[in-house]
Structures are given as C-alpha cells and as structure tokens.
Design a protein. Structure first.
Length: 181
C-alpha cells in the first residue's frame, strides 16, 4: 500500500504544479520521477511520452498510466491516474465557479499571459533535455528535422511522424547490423 500512496502523492503533486497542458508536464516529470525518485530513465520518459501522444486521451494521464504501470502494475496505473486527475478536477472546478468574476480584471489577463510565457520556457527546457537523449547521431538528426518539417508544414497528427520515425529507426538499425556482418 505504501507504494500505491507514494505514486498517488507524486502524481497529485505533478498535477497540482503543472500548468500548460501535456507538454508542460515533461520538465516536472523529469524532476519528480527521474531526478528525485529514479523511477525511470530519461530515455524511458521520452519513449513513454511518445507512446502517450499516440494513444487516445490526455497526454499527461497517458504518461502517468505508463509510469504507474511500470512502477506497480495495475495498482500503479490506478494510483497514477487518480493522482494526476484529482488536482485538475479540483482546479477546473474552482476556476469554473469563479472565472466569470475574475476574467474581467486586467491583472488576471496579464497573469495568464505571464503563465503562458513561463510554460513555453518549461517546454523549451524539457525539449533541450530530451534532445540530448533523443538525437544521438546524424540519422536521429535527420529523423528529427523531417518530423519537425512534416508537423509544421502539413499540420498532421503526431502519430504519423512517430510511427514513421519508428519504422525509420528499425530500418536504419537493421541496415547498420547488416553492414557490420
């Protein structure tokens, strides 16, 4: 039971301090799950995050489920989902009750503009950390650049470049293995 409540508490903490959607959760997870608790490795977080984007639903919840499962199986999934969902539910409920009254104040609008800028900085920092672990050679760089171009130019679902990158990774690895023989 101790690990169930530990998972629940950690993801509740992550849920309460994460603003800005699924992408903003990455730096928080890097700190809480990797640096503070050593539950997974940086490379695993990148993989889990990629998988979570391909699944239906909320990226943060999907990532929490995967980490919870790795940590404690089904009970870890339950703890992680409850932990990550309750803070959002409470915060949204409070905001919904008072948003009409607060949004009329110019200071609130300015505060949200500031929060957006800070969230962008968090996402950029997480992207730089993920870059160091995700782009290890020229092939990784090419896959990154092509995926980025496809996402920006064609505005496709992230699933398409993720699946294409997985196929490319397999092909590149297999070709490299054959050349070594």
């Amino acid at each position: 039971m101790k690990s169930f409540f530990e998972i629940l508490f950690v993801f509740a903490k992550v849920g309460f301090i994460t603003f800005g959607g699924g992408y903003a959760i990455v730096p928080i997870l890097q700190k809480e799950i990797i640096a503070n608790r050593n539950w997974i490795k940086e490379e695993e977080l990148i993989d889990y995050y990629a998988i979570a984007q391909c699944l239906p639903g909320i990226i943060a919840s999907n990532t929490a489920m995967i980490i919870g499962y790795k940590r404690k199986g089904i009970s870890g999934v339950i703890a992680a989902v409850i932990g990550i969902a309750i803070p959002s539910f409470v915060i949204i409920l409070i905001i919904a009750m008072f948003i009409k009254n607060f949004m009329q104040y110019e200071a609130v609008t300015h505060a949200f503009n500031g929060i957006r800028a800070a969230v962008l900085a968090l996402i950029t920092g997480a992207a730089i950390k993920m870059w160091k672990n995700g782009v290890k050679d020229i092939f990784g760089l090419l896959i990154f650049l092509i995926s980025l171009a496809v996402l920006i130019i064609f505005n496709v679902s992230p699933i398409i470049p993720i699946i294409a990158a997985a196929v490319c990774g397999i092909i590149i690895k297999e070709a490299g293995m054959r050349n070594k023989k």
